[in-house]
Design a binder for this molecule. Structure first.
Ligand code: ATP
Ligand code: MG
Length: 590
C-alpha cells in the first residue's frame, strides 16, 4: 500500500528529495545550538575575572549561534514549503485517479460503495493521506536524525548519565506500540461514521424540497443529530487513546530530566569541588546542554510516535482509497468489442437477475421475450414489479445473473459499451439535467448537434413549445438538477436529449408520468409517425400511454405475466383488465 501511494510523488521528486535534505541541515543546526551554548556557559563559569578576551569569545560564539539559528530557520521553513507542495500535488493526482476510476464504475459498483462514501473517500481520506505525506517528509528525517545526533552528543558529554535513556526509551516504545494497536480499529470505525454522516447530509440536501414539503425538518434534524453524535462518540473513542500519548511522553520526559538534574547536579558539584577529575566529571554548561539534548531526544521520539499515530489513521484512509482504485469494474468492454449495433431487435433468453447488494431472491426470473426491430412495446405492472430492472439490462447498466440479453442479434456483452450506449437511449425514471444551458444539456445526446437538430428533437419531444416561449430559447439557464423546470418540462427535455442520440432503441421509463395527457398523446403520435424505425419501449403507469403499442408486456413480481396487444390482454390478462377498469373508473368518477 505504501509503495503504491508513494508512487504518486513521482512528479514531485525534486521537492520530495530536497525537503528531507534541508530538514537534515535544520537538525544539524538544532543539535549544534546546545553545544555552542555550553561553550559560553563553561567559559563564563571558568572565568576567574572577566577579561576582554572572554567577552570577545562570548560575542564570537553568540554571533555564530545567531547565524546557525537563522540558517536552521530558513532550512526549516523552506523544507515545510516543499513538503506542502509535494504532498498537495500528490494528493491532487490521487484524487484525479479516484475520480477517473469512479467514472468507469458500473451501477452495481456505485451501489456497493454508495455515493456519500465515495465522496468521503475522495475528500476526507485523501486529505488525511496528504497530511501524512507532509508529516512524513518533514518528520521522518527530522526525528530519527535529531534522535541520533542528540544521543551521540549526550553520550559524548557523559556516558554514564546517558544510561538513563536505556530505561526510558524501552518504556516509551512499549507505550507507543500499545497505543497504536488500540487506535487503528477505532479510526476505521470513525471513518465509517463519517460516511454515515455524509449520507445523512447528502440525502437531506439533495431532497431538501421534499423534506420541506413533508415538514420533516424535525425528523431530519433528529436523524442528523444521531449520526453526528455517533460520529462524535466514535471520534472521542479514538482520540482519547491518542491523547494519552502526550501525557505519557511528557511524564517520561520530565522524570528523565529530574533524574538527570539529580544525578548530573551531584557530578557537577563534585567536579567543581575537585572531588572527581575533570575528564570524567561534568561542568555546569555541559549539564545544561545535556538537558537540552534529553528534551531533543524525547521530543523527537514524541514526534515519531505522533507520526506513527498519523500512520495508523492514514492506513485506514489508504485502505479505503485503494479499495476504490482496486475495484474490479464489473461491466467493461470485451476483448474484441463489436463497434456497431446492426438493428434494434431485443431478445431476453431465460434471463434472471438479482442486485449484488441484496443477496435475497432473484428480482427477475426466467424472462423470455423477443422484440422485433422497430416495434413499440409497452410495459405495465405494479410498482416494484421490476420494470425498471428489466429495461436496465438492455443498455447493460447491470449484467444479468443468468441467461442472455441480445441486442441486434448479439449478446450485449459482446459490444463495446460506447457503441451499445449510443444505440440504446434510455430516459431514466429519475432523470436529471445538469447545470448549464438547455443547449449544453442537449449536447450530452450528441456533442456535434447543430441547433436545427436540437430544435427538431425538442419538437419531437413536445419540448419546443415551452422553450421557444422563453426569452433565451436554447440558451435558457438550467439550474442544478433542472430545478427551475417543471417535472413535465424536465421529462420532455430528457426525451429530447435521448432522441438527439439518434438511437436504434429508445427506452422511456415512466418518462411521461408528469406530462399532461394531451401532450403525452402528442408525443406518442410523433413517435409513431417520425420515429418509425426505432424500437420503442415505454414503461407507463397509465394504460392510455401504452394502449397503442404493438405489444404490451404485463409484469408481475419480477416475471412476465402476459404479452399481447391491448385487445388481447383485455381478454386474457386478469391483471391488465383490473388495471384498465380501475383507471377507467378513475376517469369516469372525475
Ligand atoms: N439498485 C438497487 N439495489 C437493490 N435493489 C434494488 C435496486 N433497484 C431496485 N431494487 C429492488 O428491485 C425491485 C424492483 O425494482 P424496480 O425499480 O425494477 O421496480 P419498478 O417495477 O420499476 O417499480 P416502479 O414502478 O415503482 O418504478 C424492488 O423490490 C426494488 O426494491
Ligand atoms: Mg421503475
Amino acid at each position: 500500500m505504501i509503495k503504491r501511494l508513494i508512487a504518486y510523488f513521482k512528479n514531485y521528486k525534486l521537492p520530495a528529495i530536497l525537503c528531507p535534505v534541508l530538514m537534515f541541515f535544520e537538525v544539524l543546526g538544532d543539535v549544534a545550538m546546545p553545544m555552542l551554548m555550553a561553550l559560553i556557559v563553561n567559559r563564563v563559569s571558568d572565568a576567574k575575572d572577566f577579561t576582554n578576551a572572554d567577552i570577545y569569545y562570548i560575542l564570537k560564539v553568540g554571533g555564530f549561534m545567531v547565524l546557525v539559528a537563522l540558517g536552521a530557520m530558513f532550512c526549516g521553513a523552506f523544507s515545510s514549503f516543499l513538503a506542502s507542495t509535494a504532498s498537495m500535488g500528490a494528493g491532487a493526482e490521487l484524487r484525479e485517479d479516484l475520480f477517473k476510476k469512479i467514472q468507469t464504475f458500473s451501477f452495481s459498483n456505485i451501489d456497493y460503495f454508495s455515493v456519500p462514501s465515495l465522496i468521503t473517500r475522495m475528500t476526507t481520506d485523501v486529505n488525511n493521506l496528504q497530511q501524512t505525506g507532509m508529516m512524513c517528509l518533514r518528520m521522518l528525517v527530522r526525528s530519527p536524525f535529531m534522535f541520533l545526533f542528540a544521543l551521540v552528543m549526550s553520550l559524548s558529554i557523559h556516558t554514564e548519565l546517558a544510561c538513563i535513556f536505556l530505561i526510558a526509551i524501552p518504556i516509551l516504545a512499549v507505550a507507543i506500540i500499545l497505543i497504536m494497536k488500540t487506535v487503528h480499529p477505532r479510526f476505521m470505525a470513525f471513518h465509517e461514521r463519517i460516511d454515515d454522516l455524509n449520507t445523512s447530509v447528502q440525502e437531506n440536501l439533495t431532497n431538501i424540497r421534499v423534506v420541506k414539503s413533508f415538514v420533516r425538518e424535525k425528523h431530519e434534524k433528529e436523524k442528523f443529530k444521531k449520526a453526528n453524535d455517533t460520529l462524535t462518540n466514535t471520534g472521542i473513542n479514538a482520540v482519547k487513546i491518542v491523547i494519552m500519548n502526550m501525557p505519557i511522553m511528557q511524564l517520561i520526559m520530565y522524570v528523565c530530566i529530574l533524574a538527570i538534574i539529580f544525578f548530573g547536579g551531584r557530578i557537577v558539584v563534585d567536579t567543581t569541588l575537585g572531588r572527581i577529575a575533570e575528564e570524567v566529571g561534568l561542568k555546569a554548561g555541559d549539564l545544561l546542554s545535556f538537558i537540552t539534548y534529553v528534551s531533543q531526544i524525547l521530543t523527537s521520539l514524541m514526534m515519531l510516535s505522533m507520526l506513527f499515530l498519523q500512520f495508523t489513521r492514514a492506513r485506514a484512509s489508504g485502505q479505503r482509497v485503494l479499495e476504490v482504485l482496486d475495484t474490479e469494474v464489473d461491466i467493461k468492454d470485451p476483448i474484441n468489442p463489436i463497434a456497431e449495433v446492426s438493428d434494434g431487435s431485443i431478445i431476453f433468453e431465460d434471463v434472471s437477475f438479482r442486485y449484488k447488494t441484496r443477496c435475497a431472491d432473484d428480482i427477475l426470473s426466467n424472462i423470455n421475450l423477443s422484440i422485433k426491430s422497430g416495434e413499440t412495446i409497452g410495459i405495465i405492472g405494479s410498482t416494484g414489479s421490476a420494470k425498471t430492472t428489466l429495461v436496465q439490462l438492455i443498455p447493460r447498466l447491470y449484467d444479468v445473473t443468468k441467461g442472455t440479453v441480445k441486442v441486434g442479434g448479439r449478446d450485449v456483452k459482446e459490444y463495446g459499451l460506447e457503441a451499445l450506449h449510443d444505440s440504446v437511449a434510455m430516459v431514466l425514471q429519475k432523470n436529471t439535467l445538469f447545470s448549464g444551458t438547455i443547449r449544453e444539456n442537449m449536447k450530452w445526446g450528441n456533442p456535434t448537434a447543430a441547433d436545427e437538430e436540437i430544435i427538431e428533437a425538442c419538437k419531437q419531444a413536445q419540448a419546443w413549445d415551452f422553450i421557444s416561449k422563453t426569452p433565451d430559447g436554447l440558451d435558457s439557464k438550467v439550474s442544478q438538477g433542472g430545478a427551475n423546470f417543471s417535472g413535465g418540462q424536465k421529462q420532455r427535455l430528457c426525451i429530447a436529449r435521448a432522441l438527439l442520440k439518434k438511437p436504434k432503441i429508445i427506452i422511456l421509463d415512466d418518462s411521461t408520468s408528469a406530462v399532461d395527457t394531451a401532450t403525452d398523446a402528442k408525443i406518442r403520435e410523433t413517435f409513431a409517425k417520425e420515429l418509425k424505425g426505432i424500437t420503442t419501449i415505454i414503461i407507463a403507469q397509465r394504460i392510455n400511454s401504452i394502449a397503442h403499442a404493438d405489444r404490451i408486456v404485463v409484469m408481475d413480481e419480477g416475471q412476465i405475466s402476459a404479452v399481447g396487444t391491448h385487445e388481447e390482454l383485455m381478454q386474457f390478462s386478469e391483471i391488465y383488465k383490473e388495471v384498465y377498469t380501475s383507471q377507467q373508473e378513475g376517469v369516469i368518477s372525475q
